[in-house]
Each structure stands twice: as structure tokens, then as C-alpha cells.
Design a protein around this ligand. Structure first.
Ligand SMILES: O=C(O)CCC(=O)C(=O)O
Ligand SMILES: [Fe+2]
Length: 345
């Protein structure tokens, strides 16, 4: 079985583009991290006046949840979810363990630096090579067990970290299945297509811990540059701090304000393809602030990488050609935002 991390092996990232800035004791933003203004709305690093977007906050126990979710996927490609069943104490623990990791001295974190053709460990965002400027961000990627890296970081005390990340990944798996079940019911899929997206034996997942250190000049910096997520679905815990923004045609960049205890759910490229572009793959980014470090935790869920992704057979006019999931992952890793248009019919 090919795994997600093996699928990334075909698209190595140059070693010098993997190491995040040493953010400790910086009192100004270095030239390498200064993003300039652009007239192009998508590239504009400043947010417009905050727009009151009506991105829904959906209660999973609401009898109308199905309709609300279907509507949100079609209109926005993103929504927030409450009463999701994930214990708040576990979410807080994941956040505090993430802070413990990113709070380690730089040379300690470098011991678990992602390798050039690796997918897990400490490092910059995978999309970094597509931008001239660097991001005000450091990340840690987990796929399955994190014992190997945690054991390097805390030889005598790695259990807390691993048990927390394992428990959280289990909860995320249940939640993504529950959410996909609701989302896909609005699409008339065959049972086989449902199984492929939700619970196939070799389905793949990744947990991405993100840290955005406090920034001396946030209006010149960017935490995570604009992108769409590549897999089917992302469930994001964004702590209590603002930073996540989505791009809405005609409105520009608008914040997704954190709601206590809620997860942000967003559609990735593969679900956009399966839904024949009925569900939006939302373009999003993360901004930084001067006051404090922001932590976010993203869980990405995808189908088996050896399987085929295509628009559902319920669509008479498929607008994407079919391909292996691993081919799409590699296409995206090499061509970034052009990948979807490259497979359009
Ligand atoms: O930190 C955030 O709010 C967004 C994170 C994100 O988009 C990602 O990890 O793909
Ligand atoms: Fe993302």
C-alpha cells in the first residue's frame, strides 16, 4: 500500500526551503519575510475592512444540519461546526502540547526537521517553494504515530505528546467520517463512491500543527500564503486567535472569526473534484499578529492514494478528468494552484 508520505516523495523540497526562521529574539521582520503590497486582490497582503460574512456556524445536533451543511459547501466551501462531540479538554491538551513543542529551543526542533523528500516532522509549509518570500510560520506534521520524532525531542517524556496526538487523531477520524457522511448525502453518490470518500480501509490522514510566532510588524508579513487544501476535507482548530481568512470573489480577503469550541471545516481539492465543482475548494490564508503566538491544528482527510479520483458518476458532464489520487498529489506538489486547471476537461 502506498501511503500519503510516500506520495510526497516524488516532489522533494530543497533543504534550505524547509528550515523555518529562528523566531526567537527577533525585533524586526527580515527582508526575506517582508511581503509587499499588490494591486492583485488575491495577492494583497492587507485585509479589507472586515466584512460581515455569513459563514455558517452549524450545530451538528440541529435537525437541519444536513441542509445547512450542503448549502455551506456549495456557497462557501467552509463552515464552522459546534456540538461536534470532541471533548474540549482534549482540544486544549493538543494545543498545550503543540505550544510545548514549538517552545523548544531551535536546535532541539531542528533534530526532527523534515527531510527533503519527507512529509513528517518540523519545518516550513509545503507550499513555501511557490513564493519568493518566506512565511511567518513553523509547522510540525504527523502521519499516524509520532513516537519516533517525539522520542528524539523528549527521550524521557514523549508519552504525553504521543498519547494526546493519537487520541486527537482518533477523534478527528470519527468527526471527518460523520461530516463527510452528511456532506456527501447532498450529492447523490453511489454507495461505492461514499465508501471511497469516507471509510475506505486505506484512507489517509495528516495532522498539521501550526505555530505563528508574534510578529514585530504583522502588516508586512504573512503566516500561511493563500492556498487550497489538497485532500477531501480539513477540520481546523484555530484556538482563540484571529488569523484565518478566506478569499471571496468581489469581496477580497475576509476573516473567519474564531467561535469558542468550534472547528472550522473546509473543502479540499479532491472533494471539489468528486462534487464536479459543486462544492467550493476555498482559497484561504493565515495572517499573524503582534500580541501573541497563534497556534492552529489542521487535520486533513483523504482517500487511498492508489485509488482513482473523478467527478461522481451522478454528473452527466464531468468537468475534470479522472486520475490516481497519488498523481493528483504529485501534480499539486509540483504545480500548486495550477493543478486543478490542468485536469479540467
Ligand atoms: O492556521 C490557520 O488558520 C490555517 C491553517 C491551514 O490553512 C493549513 O494548515 O492548511
Ligand atoms: Fe489550509
Amino acid at each position: 500500500m502506498t501511503t500519503l508520505s510516500e506520495a510526497y516523495r516524488n516532489a522533494p523540497v530543497a533543504s534550505h526551503q524547509i528550515t523555518p526562521l529562528d523566531f526567537d529574539s527577533l525585533d524586526r521582520v527580515p527582508e526575506s519575510h517582508i511581503w509587499s503590497q499588490s494591486d492583485e486582490p488575491q495577492q494583497n497582503i492587507q485585509s479589507q475592512e472586515p466584512q460581515e460574512l455569513s459563514i455558517p456556524v452549524i450545530d451538528l445536533t440541529d435537525p437541519n444540519a444536513l441542509d445547512l451543511i450542503g448549502q455551506a459547501c456549495k456557497t462557501w466551501g467552509i463552515f464552522q461546526v459546534i456540538n461536534h462531540g470532541v471533548p474540549l479538554a482534549l482540544i486544549k491538551k493538543v494545543e498545550s502540547e503543540s505550544r510545548r513543542l514549538f517552545g523548544l529551543p531551535t536546535d532541539e526542533k531542528h533534530k526532527v526537521l523534515r527531510s527533503a523528500n519527507g512529509a513528517t516532522g518540523y519545518g516550513t509549509a509545503r507550499i513555501s517553494p511557490f513564493f519568493d518570500k518566506c512565511m511567518w510560520h513553523e509547522g510540525f506534521t504527523i502521519m499516524g504515530s509520532c513516537v519516533e520524532d517525539a522520542n528524539v525531542l523528549w527521550p524521557h517524556d514523549y508519552k504525553n505528546f504521543c498519547e494526546t496526538m493519537d487520541a486527537y487523531q482518533n477523534e478527528m477520524k470519527l468527526l471527518t467520517h460523520k461530516l463527510l457522511h452528511l456532506m456527501l448525502q447532498t450529492l447523490n453518490l453511489t454507495q461505492e463512491e461514499m465508501n471511497w470518500a469516507i471509510s475506505a480501509q486505506d484512507s489517509q490522514a495528516a495532522l498539521q500543527l501550526n505555530s505563528y510566532p508574534s510578529c514585530p510588524n504583522p502588516s508586512n508579513a504573512i503566516g500561511l500564503a493563500p492556498h487550497t487544501d489538497s485532500l477531501l476535507l480539513t477540520v481546523l482548530h484555530q484556538g482563540g486567535a484571529n488569523g484565518l481568512e478566506i478569499f471571496v470573489e468581489g469581496l477580497g480577503w475576509s476573516p473567519v472569526n474564531p467561535v469558542d469550541g468550534a472547528f472550522v471545516v473546509n473543502i479540499g481539492d479532491l472533494l471539489h473534484i468528486l462534487s464536479n465543482a459543486t462544492f467550493q475548494a476555498v482559497n484561504h490564508r493565515a495572517m499573524v499578529n503582534q500580541a501573541k503566538q497563534r497556534i492552529s491544528v489542521a487535520y486533513f482527510h483523504g482517500p487511498p492514494v492508489e485509488s482513482v479520483v473523478a467527478p461522481s458518476s451522478s454528473f452527466e458532464n464531468p468537468c475534470f478528468r479522472s486520475m490516481l489520487v497519488k498523481e493528483f498529489i504529485s501534480l499539486k506538489a509540483k504545480n500548486f494552484h495550477k493543478a486543478l486547471s490542468m485536469i479540467r476537461k
